[in-house]
Design a protein around this ligand. Structure first.
Ligand code: SF4
Ligand SMILES: [Zn+2]
Length: 146
């Protein structure tokens, strides 16, 4: 175990590394503000997220961190892999439906960047020899959480 590196075992080491993964870090910032808007307006939370939204945010962070496409990811709405489980997928869709139209006014830079990202084609997955196409890419694993 490497005690010198506090991120060595972190499940979210990529999304928090702005220098190496600016796209993933920006996507994390975007989903975070959208969940916060949704939670503040509909769940009455002023500063922190409610327990359900915390859970959704933690799940979305892990999915983003382990996204098989890495920095080349399409927007999740256009993804053909869809690594979210059904419950969380519905949860994040509710957030997008509510907070999406508010983003241009409240967070225009993130909103415009997301619109531009939405034009990206979904990249082809490259696989290691013997691996299922969606199973392993680079150092990222793809497994749908329960
Ligand atoms: S695999 Fe698809 S749905 Fe999952 S985080 Fe990546 S782009 Fe989003
Ligand atoms: Zn909430």
């Amino acid at each position: 175990m490497n005690d010198a590196d506090p991120t060595a075992h972190s499940p979210t080491r990529r999304v928090h590394d702005r220098a190496r993964h600016p796209r993933l870090a920006r996507e994390l910032a975007t989903i975070r503000v959208m969940v916060a808007i949704h939670c503040h307006d509909l769940h009455g939370e002023d500063r922190d997220l409610c327990a359900d939204c915390e859970q959704l945010m933690a799940y979305a962070t892990r999915r983003l961190d382990r996204c098989v496409f890495g920095d080349d990811k399409p927007t999740c709405a256009k993804c053909k892999v869809h690594c979210y489980n059904a419950k969380m997928r519905e949860g994040v869709r509710a957030v997008m439906r509510y907070a999406g139209p508010k983003m241009l006014l409240r967070h225009p830079v993130l909103a415009i960047a997301h619109i531009i990202d939405g034009q990206r084609p979904t990249p082809e997955l490259t696989t290691r020899k013997g691996a299922a196409p969606e199973a392993v890419v680079g150092d990222a694993t793809h497994e749908r959480e329960p």
